[in-house]
Design a protein around this ligand. Structure first.
Ligand SMILES: *Cc1c(COP(=O)(O)O)cnc(C)c1O
Length: 227
């Protein structure tokens, strides 16, 4: 597994997809998803220039972050139990997976204790699949308004995971719906809320996601190999 070569290839594909959509390549950031991969893989990717890493599990993230000695930025992208938020306070720069007010309130409490503000994305279950986390599209605006009242949490945008398809084109309507939902919420001009980030697209469908407006793509296997 040549992590450096994989990264280079993906960044080229990201730029191509962005240009196809008339967007600058610099508008999209790559989150390298390192779940189940060792600290050494993160260090190797960081040496190749990768800055942001995404993790799904609190325990794994805390252990790995202690082992990675080069400076990297961690994003939390998995389902987060409220009682574990404390362990990642100050460690992550963004949480992509906030899907309920009680979790946002706990993040607010924990980041408040360290005198910091946590950037978060609201995860939306656009497809409505029962197996997926995320608030419904219908409830997203209310949730964003409620979270906007919290002093130590700042909403930066939305995140989604569409159903899995063999054909990435099939995911396009879900990515589009997330973009349209973000535009609707942005039009409300809620104080303290930015709708500038759209976290969508993984190894199999990131090009389509970029064409539909992704600003953060979360890519694991295409960088680090199968898990
Ligand atoms: C694992 C994971 C990814 C990365 O998926 P790949 O198909 O390996 O690129 C992205 N987002 C979330 C939320 C994940 O859990």
């Amino acid at each position: 597994m040549d992590i450096g070569a994989n990264l280079k290839h993906i960044l080229e594909e990201m730029t191509t997809a962005a240009e196809k959509a008339g967007r600058p390549g610099s508008a999209i950031r790559l989150v390298a998803v390192s779940k189940y991969k060792p600290a050494l893989a993160v260090t190797e990717a960081a040496a190749a220039g990768q800055a942001i890493f995404g993790e799904n599990y609190v325990q794994e993230l805390v252990a790995k972050a202690a082992e990675v000695t080069v400076p990297v930025e961690w994003h939390f992208i998995g389902h987060l139990q409220s009682n574990k938020a404390r362990q990642i306070a100050g460690l992550v720069t963004m949480i992509h997976s906030v899907d309920r007010l009680s979790l946002a309130e706990e993040i607010d409490r924990q980041w408040g204790k360290i005198g910091k503000v946590c950037d978060i994305l609201v995860q939306v279950n656009v497809s409505g699949e029962a197996s997926k986390s995320g608030t419904t599209a219908a409830a997203a605006l209310t949730l964003v308004k409620e979270i906007s009242q919290l002093a130590n949490v700042r909403v930066r945008g939305l995140m989604t995971m569409p159903p899995f398809f063999d054909d990435p084109e099939a995911a396009r309507p879900y990515f589009r719906e997330l973009r349209e939902l973000a535009a609707t919420i942005a039009s409300e001009a809620i104080p303290g809320v930015a709708m500038t980030e759209l976290s969508m697209g993984m190894s199999g469908d990131f090009k389509v996601a970029i064409e539909e407006g992704a600003t953060l793509v979360r890519i694991g296997t295409a960088i680090f190999g199968d898990r």
